[in-house]
Design a protein around this ligand. Structure first.
Ligand SMILES: NC(=O)C1=CN([C@@H]2O[C@H](COP(=O)(O)OP(=O)(O)OC[C@H]3O[C@@H](n4cnc5c(N)ncnc54)[C@H](O)[C@@H]3O)[C@@H](O)[C@H]2O)C=CC1
Ligand SMILES: O=C(O)[C@H]1OC(=O)[C@H](O)[C@@H](O)[C@@H]1O
Length: 255
């Protein structure tokens, strides 16, 4: 059992993790928004993430608070995603936290052609496909800095498309089921010391990510496969695909 502080705890992923961890871990929850449900044993604090105080005794901070919409303008992203993440790492160090788990995104490497073989790796240089992806690379960079300077263990999870099931062609390649999401964060809570960045998806047959080493290093064994939903997905096209949507960059290599 760990004492875990979850930022952005009222959101989709925060609520999933809180349901999974209630009774298993001591949970401190923080969000600017009110939670739709509170669970037995958890404590809540409300406010902007840039003013977060990490209480004494917290082992792990799971940092989820963000503007999670890839299509929005930089002005809407900078405060929560950049200033907020910078503050969370600093506040975690100040409180003597052992580990920060940072919810990064596949958009941090979304500039790589997802059809290339061998598949895209989290060990390749960052290559964001949108400003949202840029904010996630900055979050990873804050984490690297504090890992090296302060000895903080930092686990950056570049999450795929988290949903109850895949809804479009892109998701067939990057879907992350709710049970696999919980498995990945469970693994992140106890990962070996140091800094690490991992691409996280279900074990999708059509994945173009090279995650074998990521999964081994993270200690994560996904079980679900988007392939089971191909009939339901049909020809649906993603609205979150930066290279096919209205901000597409026709000059990106590998298109
Ligand atoms: N849902 C997905 O498919 C993916 C999500 N992620 C990342 O995972 C994290 C969680 O995502 P979701 O739960 O889906 O998003 P969400 O939008 O459901 O939850 C985010 C939470 O952060 C809170 N928040 C936003 N700005 C804040 C601020 N300034 N101060 C305090 N709280 C603030 C919101 O009130 C919300 O409850 C985010 O960092 C997102 O970028 C990454 C990749 C995929
Ligand atoms: O990376 C992210 O956060 C985004 O990635 C996606 O693929 C999801 O469709 C979108 O809902 C997420 O917000």
């Amino acid at each position: 059992m760990s004492t875990v502080l979850v930022t952005g705890a009222a959101g989709t992923i925060g609520t999933l993790l809180r349901r999974a961890w209630a009774g298993t871990h001591v949970l401190h929850c923080h969000d600017v928004a009110a939670p739709t449900v509170t669970l037995p044993g958890e404590t809540w604090s409300r406010g902007d993430v840039t003013a977060l105080t990490v209480p004494p005794g917290v082992d792990v901070v799971v940092h989820l608070a963000a503007n999670a919409r890839p299509g929005v303008a930089w002005e809407e992203l900078r405060h929560p995603n950049v200033d907020g993440t910078r503050h969370v790492f600093a506040a975690s160090v100040a409180a003597g936290v052992r580990t920060v788990v940072f919810a990064s995104s596949h958009h941090a490497g979304g500039g790589y052609d997802r059809d290339r073989t061998p598949g895209v790796s989290a060990r390749w240089p960052v290559r964001p496909c949108c400003f949202y992806g840029v904010t996630k690379t900055l979050g990873e960079s804050f984490g690297r800095y504090h890992a090296d300077r302060d000895g903080l263990t930092v686990t950056c999870l570049r999450l795929g498309d988290v949903d109850v099931r895949p809804h479009d062609e892109l998701a067939l390649r990057i879907w992350l089921s709710h049970p696999d999401l919980v498995r990945a964060f469970d693994a992140a809570l106890t990962r070996a010391p140091g800094f690490g960045t991992f691409l996280v998806s279900s074990r999708n047959s059509r994945s173009r990510w090279d995650v074998t080493e990521d999964n081994r290093l993270l200690g994560y064994a996904p079980r679900d496969d988007a392939e089971d939903y191909t009939d339901l997905v049909g020809d649906a096209v993603s609205q979150q695909d930066c290279f096919r949507g209205p901000v597409a960059n026709p000059h990106a290599p590998g298109r």
